[in-house]
Unconditional design. Structure first.
Length: 248
């Protein structure tokens, strides 16, 4: 009986998961005050349904971005790499804008989806993993929205990087491959790296990869790097009166 129940549960989960995905999508969209969530869903799923799971390019999401443009505000944009949790906590506290706090980012954060040829379904199981193929629906989505987020960068921007790894500015990261390249000196005044340090730190602001970051910036964009202890960042998150930066 237990085995039978288990089988029924699995079958139900598989049948229901696409619907679950859509309801999660719609719920998150409405929670964000998205007004045309039905149109956004439509544009979203057109990107990957009925397509090979490894043949969805970033451009497939162009019409989604058109349907739901990213809203951001100058001087409050925060980028991150290998610091997701602390960056999100800080952004929430300081009311700064990470991609995950925009409409599309907040809807799809943490979700997995794909389609398959000959079907109009959205699947959530058996989808390619991040590194299985480059043009998978999830990876292409994050690449495409990150491009839009990088394009929107303006004023003073903050980037949280991690000093516990040898290469805080990872050349393979989305931040390096997609976002930084789109910072324009006509719009972005300054890039401040907040390099989060702790007991396990293996590097500092003199890191070679940070030199690469600096060299990659358009001439005219000011660069600065601050080493900030994780415990201090945690105080910035929990204590109103602590003196911290505008987005850290
Ligand atoms: P990240 P990014 N396998 O911390 O600069 C599975 O490196 O890339 O930061 N998942 C992966 C992989 C992988 N090899 N690589 C990346 N991911 C996923 C958009 C995973 O979910 C924002 F605006 C991981 O947590 C930031 O400025 C996430 O991508 C920037 O791009 C971040 O990887 C962060 O991307």
């Amino acid at each position: 009986a237990v085995v039978l129940l288990l089988i029924i549960a699995i079958v139900l989960a598989v049948i229901l998961s696409p619907k679950d995905f859509k309801s999660t999508f719609m719920q998150r969209c409405k929670n964000f005050n998205g007004n045309n969530c039905a149109a956004i869903w439509d544009a979203f799923q057109k990107a990957y349904v009925n397509r090979d799971q490894c043949d969805v390019p970033p451009e497939a999401y162009d019409s989604l971005i058109e349907a739901a443009p990213l809203e951001t505000s100058c001087n409050r944009m925060m980028f991150w790499s290998k610091t997701k949790d602390v960056a999100q906590d800080l952004a929430a506290k300081k009311n700064c804008s990470t991609l995950e706090r925009t409409l599309l980012g907040s809807i799809l954060d943490g979700l997995t989806w794909c389609g398959k040829r000959g079907s109009n379904e959205t699947l959530t199981e058996g989808c390619p993993k991040w590194d299985d193929c480059v043009k998978n629906p999830v990876r292409s989505f994050w690449n495409r929205v990150s491009a839009a987020f990088g394009d929107a960068a303006c004023g003073d921007v903050t980037v949280m990087l991690n000093a516990s790894i040898p290469t805080p500015f990872d050349p393979k990261s989305i931040f390096a491959t997609v976002e930084v390249k789109r910072f324009k000196s006509s719009k972005v005044k300054k890039v401040t790296v907040v390099l989060v340090t702790d007991m396990n730190s293996v590097t500092n602001c003199k890191n070679k990869s940070l030199q690469d970051l600096q060299n990659m910036l358009d001439k005219g964009i000011i660069y600065s790097c601050l080493e900030v202890q994780k415990s201090r960042i945690q105080e910035c998150i929990s204590d109103q009166n602590k003196s911290c930066g505008s987005c850290w």
